[in-house]
Design a protein around this ligand. Structure first.
Ligand code: SF4
Ligand code: SF4
Length: 467
């Protein structure tokens, strides 16, 4: 039977509330204890920890998030050969401290708002650190960060600056966005070079326009891209000198950057000399709506660019042994596959026209349409609403029979609409039933037929003019 060793040696401080996981890729039910209320041994030997361990020894993997776990995704779990491996270490061998989300970036894939810890959260972090302090020396691997930036977190920096562990074989690892990994910051933690130091730089693109779009600075400061590129060279030298023992770069693969994957790999392996290039899937961390997630996630077989994505994966560079494809190429979480058939075609046409290159909004503006009603609030309507409102078209309201809310847009059923005088046009996105919707609207309301726009016809018109 397949088996995973993680729950038998891993202790992760998930948040400032003190929740503890025995693996980062588990679902919310897999909290094994709380370090603010309990001590480490009590949590480690708790019933909840045993329950979680049992779920991997009985093969059910009940608490595992199968879409996030690289071992499950890539079918890499091995068999449990003897009893020793299914016994937990006395004290966690791997401690991950991931409770401080402080960061100098505000990437859309990660958060909607800047995280600033409250006084209470800072106090909690200190308590958590003090409670872990006696156990660091038993750990073989200590990891910092994960959901924050170590160099801007006073909490992480204090631990790293004062790190003094007897065993030089201890693995110290952290993830950084690289903006502050310069000589000055390195000087503060250079003693970590005496250990098995592993650094993962999360950088979603090595192409400035994409980087600036995906990695937004908290202070809107420009120049981050140039800093990261310079710092990557600095880190590369540290790797060559042996102070960093393992250097990797990591891209969260999404609609905006997947075409850059081969160049990204080439630059990482051949120009910078990293040990590993990690291609990570984009996850729903709560910062995206379903529609935004759909647009981002090219791994979804229903995504209009999925075929192109698979084509990119055929590039020999992607098969390079130093590339870690975190999760294979396809979704296994079928419930995320949301649209089929005609809707995919329509989305593909929209994407190809470049909803972000403003063709649809330009079309409307040229006809003096600046405020619109969108009929149909499924994935297509949502993608269009986001695209148009980004381009300055006002979404007066949306109409849908079953979707009750989407972001802050006003959503109504047709029966509840008072009239259309307030908007310049109604864009009907439900192409298959345009005529029946048109009849329905005109039967219930007095509206000029010219005000009813058929999305499919507009797309055709735009495609013809583009050609
Ligand atoms: S999510 Fe993956 S790594 Fe974590 S316990 Fe389950 S199988 Fe192991
Ligand atoms: S750099 Fe990392 S931690 Fe910071 S906002 Fe971006 S994804 Fe989140």
């Amino acid at each position: 039977m397949k088996f995973c060793r993680h729950p038998f040696e891993y202790f992760r401080v998930k948040n400032t509330d003190g929740d503890i996981q025995a693996c980062a890729w588990t679902n919310d039910k897999a909290i094994i204890g709380n370090l603010l209320r309990q001590d480490l041994p009590e949590i480690w030997n708790s019933e909840a920890a045993s329950r979680f361990r049992k779920s991997v020894t009985d093969g059910s993997f009940t608490y595992c998030n199968k879409d996030a776990c690289p071992y499950l995704q890539r079918n890499e779990l091995s068999e449990a050969k003897d009893k020793a491996v299914i016994t937990p270490t006395e004290i966690p061998a791997f401690i991950q401290i991931a409770c401080d989300e402080t960061c100098n970036l505000c990437c859309p894939s990660c958060r909607r708002e800047v995280f600033i810890p409250t006084k209470q959260q800072k106090a909690n972090m200190e308590i958590l650190h003090q409670k872990l302090l006696p156990y660091y020396k038993y750990a073989k691997h200590i990891n910092f960060g994960g959901l924050g930036e170590v160099f801007v977190s006073p909490f992480y920096m204090k631990i790293l600056e004062n790190f003094n562990h007897e065993n030089p074989d201890t693995i110290i690892s952290f993830e950084t966005n690289g903006i502050l990994f310069d000589k000055d910051h390195w000087n503060k933690i250079s003693h970590l070079g005496n250990y098995d130091l592993r650094v993962n730089v999360s950088i979603d693109s090595l192409y400035k326009p994409t980087y600036d779009y995906l990695r937004r600075g908290v202070d809107k400061c420009s120049g981050n891209f140039e800093k990261v590129k310079g710092n990557l060279k600095f880190m590369s030298d540290l790797r060559k000198n042996g102070e960093i023992k393992l250097l990797s770069i990591c891209m969260v693969v999404q609609d905006n950057n997947f075409l850059e994957i081969p160049d990204y790999i080439k630059y990482g392996i051949y120009d910078i000399g990293v040990d590993r290039v990690v291609l990570r899937p984009i996850w729903q961390r709560g910062s995206f709506t379903e529609a935004e997630m759909f647009v981002k996630n090219v791994r979804n077989p229903a995504h209009p660019y999925h075929v192109e994505f698979l084509r990119v994966l055929e590039n020999p560079l992607v098969k390079h042994p130093q590339v870690m494809m975190w999760s294979g190429d396809r979704m296994i979480n079928r419930k995320d596959i949301m649209v089929v058939g005609a809707r995919v075609d329509l989305l593909k046409q929209l994407f190809n026209l470049g909803i972000r290159s403003r063709s649809l909004s330009k079309y409307l503006k040229e006809r003096s349409i600046t405020k619109i009603c969108i009929y149909g609030a499924d994935i297509v309507g949502q993608v269009i609403a986001d695209g148009l409102s980004n381009d300055g078209i006002i979404i007066g309201f949306m109409i849908d029979r079953s979707v009750r809310s989407y972001k802050d847009y006003k959503l109504l059923r047709l029966e509840d609409v008072k009239g259309f005088t307030d908007v310049d046009a109604v864009l009907i996105t439900s192409v298959l039933s345009f005529d029946s919707i048109k009849d329905d609207v005109m039967c219930k309301h007095s509206i000029d037929e010219q005000k009813l726009l058929n999305l499919e016809s507009i797309i055709k018109e735009l495609a013809d003019t583009t050609i």
